[in-house]
Design a protein around this ligand. Structure first.
Ligand SMILES: [Zn+2]
Length: 383
C-alpha cells in the first residue's frame, strides 16, 4: 500500500524562519496521525537538543504512524537517533564526485563504504528499524554511483531507497523526467536481485514537485514525501493536501485517510509557522471552492460540478459564492437562502446593487454583513 511520509517537522523546519516548539510538534503529529499518515519524519536530532528531545517525545507518544529521524551518514547521528528510539531512520549522503571531492575530500568508494557501514551499524543496534538511504541530489548524480551506493545500502540492511530531486530539476515530458528515472533505477536494482521500496522526495523549485511525485508513483514508488503547505528548503516540496486528495480522488489508491482533518492541520501549521495560506491555494485556500463571477455562480448554484472538478466534501468543506462586484442575482439568492431570508425581486435587485457597490471598493460581503444590508435595503425599498 502506498505510504505518505510527512516531513513537515523536518523539511518544514528548513523553511527560513520556521521553528515549531515541542508542544506544537506534538499537536501537528497528532493530527497527521489522525489523518492516517504512515511515516512522520520528526526531525534531525543532531541539529539541537530541543529537536532531539522532541523526536524522543514523539517516538514515545504511542502514534500509529512510524516516527522517524533524519541522519547524516555518521555513527554519532545514528546514536542520537537510536537514543530517541525511532521506528524509522533516513540516512543521506551525496554520491557525486564533484561534491565528494570538493566538500568531503573523499572518493566514491570510501563514501559507499561509509554509507554501508553506518547502515549496518544502525540495523545491528535495532534490527526492526526501517532504514531509508537517500543519495542526495540523486537525479543529478552519476547514475552508476547512485546504483552502486543504493546496492551497497540495501545489502547493508536499508529497506528503502529514496530518489531525491533535491533541486527541483526534473521536468515532465523531457529526458529528465521522474517516471523514466524511477523505472530505470528499479529495473537496474532488480537486475542485481535487489528490490527495495522506492521513495520519492521532490522539490518544487520549478513548480513540478507534485507532478514529479505522481510520475514516480506511476513508475512504482511506494513512499511519497510531502509537507503541510509544501514547506521546505527554498520553494519547498510536495504539498500534503494536494498529494493526498489527488491520490484518493483521482488514483483511488487504497487508503484509510481521514482528509477532513486537513483544514485544521493547515491552520495549525500556518499559525505557528507564520506562513499564511494563500487564498487561492489549491484545496485548502479560502477561495478554493468559492465561485465569484455571476455566470459561474449562477451555474454552480444549480450544480457545483459545472465549475468544480472536485467535491469539497473530500476534506469536509462546502462550496460557496463570493458576494462582491462580480455577483449576480443567483449569488444573492444563494446567500439569502443560507440566511433563510425571503425576498422579492425588487428587494433582491436593491441588495445586489448595494453588494456590487461595496465590491467595487475592493471588499467582499460576508453573510453577517449581508443581513445588515437586507435590513437597510428593506427600508430603502419601502421608502
Ligand atoms: Zn528536501
Amino acid at each position: 500500500m502506498l505510504k505518505i511520509l510527512d516531513a513537515t517537522l523536518r523539511e518544514g523546519e528548513q523553511t527560513p524562519g520556521v521553528y515549531f516548539d515541542g508542544h506544537i510538534k506534538l499537536a501537528i503529529a497528532d493530527l497527521l496521525d489522525e489523518i492516517g499518515i504512515s511515516i512522520i519524519e520528526a526531525g534531525h536530532p543532531m541539529v539541537t537538543q530541543e529537536i532531539h528531545d522532541a523526536v524522543k517525545q514523539l517516538s514515545g507518544h504511542g502514534l500509529r504512524a512510524k516516527v522517524g529521524a533524519h541522519s547524516r551518514s555518521l555513527k554519532q547521528d545514528i546514536d542520537l537517533a537510536l537514543q530517541c528510539n525511532v521506528d524509522f531512520l533516513g540516512i543521506f549522503y551525496c554520491v557525486s564526485e564533484a561534491r565528494l571531492n570538493h566538500v568531503f575530500k573523499k572518493d566514491i568508494y570510501t563514501a559507499i563504504d561509509q554509507i554501508a557501514s553506518v547502515i549496518e551499524y544502525a540495523k545491528q543496534n535495532k534490527p526492526g528499524l526501517l532504514i531509508r538511504y537517500t543519495p542526495e541530489d540523486t537525479v543529478r548524480s552519476p547514475f552508476q554511483n547512485v546504483v552502486d551506493a543504493a546496492a551497497a545500502a540495501v545489502n547493508a540492511g536499508a529497506d528503502i531507497i529514496s530518489i531525491a530531486d533535491t533541486t527541483g530539476f526534473m521536468i515532465p515530458g523531457t529526458e529528465n523526467n521522474f517516471y523514466d528515472y524511477v523505472s530505470r533505477l528499479k529495473e537496474t536494482l532488480a537486475a542485481k536481485g535487489l528490490s527495495p521500496m522506492i521513495a520519492v522526495h521532490c522539490h518544487n523549485d520549478r513548480g513540478y514537485a507534485l507532478t514529479n511525485a505522481i510520475d514516480g508513483f506511476r513508475a512504482g514508488a511506494e513512499i511519497i514525501d510531502a509537507t503541510v503547505l509544501g514547506l521546505g528548503e527554498r520553494a519547498g516540496i510536495v504539498d500534503l493536501a494536494q498529494l493526498a486528495v489527488t491520490l484518493k480522488n483521482d488514483f483511488t489508491v487504497e487508503n484509510k485517510w481521514d482528509l477532513s482533518k486537513l483544514p485544521e492541520l493547515y491552520h495549525l501549521v500556518s499559525n505557528y509557522s507564520g506562513i499564511p495560506i494563500p487564498a487561492n491555494f489549491p484545496i485548502i485556500g479560502d477561495n478554493a471552492f468559492t465561485h465569484c463571477a455571476g455566470v459561474h455562480s449562477h451555474a454552480a448554484v444549480k450544480n457545483p460540478t459545472h465549475y468544480q472538478s472536485l467535491d469539497p466534501q473530500i476534506i469536509g468543506r462546502k462550496m460557496s459564492v463570493s458576494l462582491d462586484h462580480m455577483s449576480g442575482i443567483s449569488s444573492i439568492e444563494w446567500a439569502l437562502e443560507k440566511l433563510s431570508i425571503d425576498a422579492d425581486k425588487p428587494l433582491i435587485e436593491q441588495i445586489l446593487k448595494h453588494v456590487k457597490s461595496i465590491g467595487q471598493k475592493g471588499r467582499r460581503v460576508d453573510l453577517s454583513e449581508l443581513k445588515h444590508i437586507v435590513d437597510w435595503c428593506k427600508k430603502t425599498v419601502v421608502a
